[in-house]
Write a protein of this length. Structure first.
Length: 271
């Protein structure tokens, strides 16, 4: 199955110390506008981690197409479009599994609440975990509704609570890494597939945590990092080898494939 990821936009770290990125017109203690990012070693592997506070979740967007309905495709093009509308891109990373840049494998709600693809409840091919990560059970949905973020399994999302009835953004992927405080499935600790991987988790307080490995990790390592190191009771795998992360400074990373969409946190441009 061909895969193309979604990108996500926030702010990131460059050293072991934390870096807080705020809008240029925000006061220093404005928690609503802050995104904290850092480098962190968890279980022997190196990660880059970015967090939004519960209040900061309101700043998160998911964009897929430009004003003419064309797929954005790359972080560089998203950056250009955002600058044209007077905004500065703070961070970007891909966030889901897709067939092509304009055809998603699972649910996609982006660009201010537009439903591009409905929830995919298919079981997928035989032995999905060996051939198609998206269908490896349980797959799930990362979403924001009423400025509250969540990660639910696909089946739980289908009968989701009232607060999640009208989602503002949503990305379906799989497998879930952590579910209700436990590893979502029996990932083999000695799994041989070690790749760059990225994912998203939600803490009990509503904080959103994005992480990407800086080296190859297997699913057991990655899921354990979200559960134990990042303290996320629910977390979702987003993608692997093609994953990229952009910090808002320096050169935009080159991509081997276009992304289907990008989550974004921006600030007003000073130029």
């Amino acid at each position: 199955m061909k895969r193309i990821a979604i990108g996500i936009i926030l702010s990131l770290s460059t050293v072991a110390a934390r870096l807080v990125v705020r809008g240029t017109d925000a006061p220093a203690d404005d928690a609503q506008s802050s995104v904290e990012c850092r480098r962190e070693r968890i279980g022997g592997a190196r990660y880059r981690v970015c967090e939004l506070t519960p209040a900061g979740v309101a700043r998160l967007e998911l964009v897929a197409r430009d004003g003419r309905g064309r797929p954005l495709g790359t972080i560089a093009r998203a950056d250009s479009v955002l600058r044209a509308r007077g905004e500065r891109l703070l961070f970007a990373t891909n966030a889901g599994l897709y067939h092509t840049a304009d055809s998603t494998t699972g649910m996609l709600v982006a660009d201010g609440g537009l439903l591009y693809a409905r929830l995919n409840r298919s079981a997928g091919p035989l032995n999905p975990c060996s051939v198609a990560n998206f269908y490896c059970p349980p797959n799930g949905v990362f979403f924001v509704a009423d400025d509250r973020a969540g990660v639910l399994s696909t089946e739980d999302f289908a009968r989701r609570p009232a607060f999640a009835a009208a989602v503002r953004l949503a990305s379906q992927s799989g497998p879930m890494l952590v579910r209700r405080g436990e590893l979502a499935r029996a990932f083999p600790p000695a799994g041989a597939s070690r790749l760059i991987r990225n994912g998203v988790g939600v803490r009990k307080d509503g904080s959103v945590v994005f992480a990407i490995s800086d080296e190859g990790v297997n699913f057991h390592q990655f899921a354990t990092a979200f559960r134990d190191g990042l303290r996320c009771p629910d977390a979702l795998f987003l993608d692997g080898t093609i994953s990229k992360l952009y910090t808002g400074s320096g050169a935009v990373p080159a991509q081997s494939r276009p992304f289907a969409a990008m989550f974004v946190v921006t600030q007003p441009s000073t130029r």
